[in-house]
Design a protein around this ligand. Structure first.
Ligand SMILES: *Cc1c(COP(=O)(O)O)cnc(C)c1O
Length: 387
């Protein structure tokens, strides 16, 4: 309790936190200050993609910290060049901008979209379509982009130029995609919005209309990217590649990163002085990201993510309280019959299991390296709570 009291005295109260003080972790297990263990099916909201303190990742991060921890972006580092190359080769993108979070990655995409349009068509074509129930971050521009009214409070005035379309409503999309629009931004699977996957037809229509009108597509893969859904990018499931894709959360295995990937079309939009980040592309972070890429790109790794996702789903389906499952791979939404997801998460914590919620659902984002034994152990606890 001492830590919690001290924490609450000195840290702003902007989160509803659980009474849990984590001290250390190994693989999928974290340990609190009193030595109690927890199976972590949240992985810090999809961030610890290789689990806690993965050997290869720790070695990469520590050796880089001992060599060069930071330099300004006025200079070059090989580790940043190597990571950028590997990430482009993995995703098929042309180049990228480095930031430190999902919101920053999305801010960059928003700026690129507006400048692309401004450079080519001049003023007035600045609107960006985002989807209702989306989530794009907490900075002023990204909460303005977020299509949920609960976020549009207190902080007036919000950033102009975001138009919301109902997810999967093609007529609404057609109507709003007029000459004022420079981009359509979306999550293939709405994460915070409740682990809801877009329909193939709707995604096809976004790409078709945007292609016809030279409107950019921006895929926010901050949560769905980096192997989470069993493909490196979730867009691969849909057979589409957006003009811009943003990644963050799991990309560097637990240290702050946000990347905006660009195809050929927008690769030269940002020019010296138009965008920057002091920490962006930090060498330690890039070393961590390289360890994640090496692992996720290793033979059979993503097939295993798919198999483990299926294994999770089979076991979860057998629980009578589970009404339906959503998501893809190791991004799992669980709709419950009558129990409250937040109560379930609180009870799970008491019993040594960390899980997430998304709207009224329970949400699981386990480390991609989770083992079958760990899945069994975690689901046993969950099943007990749900019985
Ligand atoms: C988490 C998330 C963000 C915001 O990322 P931060 O790192 O918290 O800024 C943006 N978009 C999606 C889809 C997310 O899941």
């Amino acid at each position: 309790m001492k830590t919690i009291e001290q924490f609450n005295k000195y840290v702003m109260q902007s989160y509803g936190r659980y009474d849990l003080v984590l001290d250390k972790g190994e693989e999928v297990t974290s340990v609190d200050e009193d030595g109690k263990s927890y199976i972590d099916f949240g992985s810090g909201i999809g961030v610890n993609s290789l689990g806690y303190c993965n050997d290869e990742w720790v070695n990469a991060v520590c050796s880089q910290a001992k060599k060069l921890q930071h330099t300004s972006n006025y200079y070059y580092t090989k580790v940043q060049a190597d990571f950028a190359k590997a990430l482009c080769e993995t995703t098929g993108y042309t180049n990228m901008f480095f930031g430190n979070s999902g919101a920053e990655a999305n801010e960059c995409a928003i700026k690129i979209a507006r400048k692309y349009s401004f450079d080519k068509y001049g003023k007035g074509r600045h609107n960006i379509i985002t989807l209702k129930n989306s989530f794009h971050g907490r900075t002023l521009a990204t909460i303005s982009a977020t299509g949920q009214d609960v976020f549009h409070n207190y902080f007036f005035p919000f950033v102009e130029g975001f138009v919301n379309v109902e997810a999967n409503n093609i007529a609404d999309l057609r109507e709003k995609l007029d000459d004022s629009v420079c981009a359509v931004m979306f999550e293939y699977i709405q994460g915070e919005g409740g682990v809801i996957k877009l329909e193939q037809e709707f995604v096809d229509e976004i790409f078709k209309l945007c292609g016809e009108k030279d409107v950019l597509t921006i895929a926010d893969e901050v949560q769905t990217g980096v192997g989470r859904t069993g493909k490196f990018l979730c867009g691969e499931h849909f057979g589409h590649k957006a003009d811009l894709t943003t990644l963050a959360k799991g990309l560097a295995g637990g240290i702050p990163i946000g990347v905006c990937l660009s195809g050929d079309k927008c690769a030269k939009v940002l020019t010296p002085g138009t965008h920057a980040s002091t920490f962006g592309g930090n060498p330690i972070v890039c070393a961590g990201g390289m360890a994640v890429l090496n692992t996720v790109n290793s033979k059979g790794f993503l097939d295993d993510v798919v198999k483990k996702g299926e294994y999770f789903r089979e076991k979860l389906k057998a629980i009578p309280e589970v009404v339906s499952l959503s998501g893809e791979g190791l991004m799992i939404g669980i709709e419950l019959k009558s129990k409250d997801a937040h109560d379930v998460a609180a009870k799970a914590l008491e019993k040594g299991l960390l899980i997430l919620t998304a709207k009224e659902k329970v949400r699981l984002l386990p480390p991609l390296t989770v083992s079958y034994e760990e899945i069994d152990a975690g689901i046993e606890i969950l099943a007990e709570i749900l019985s």
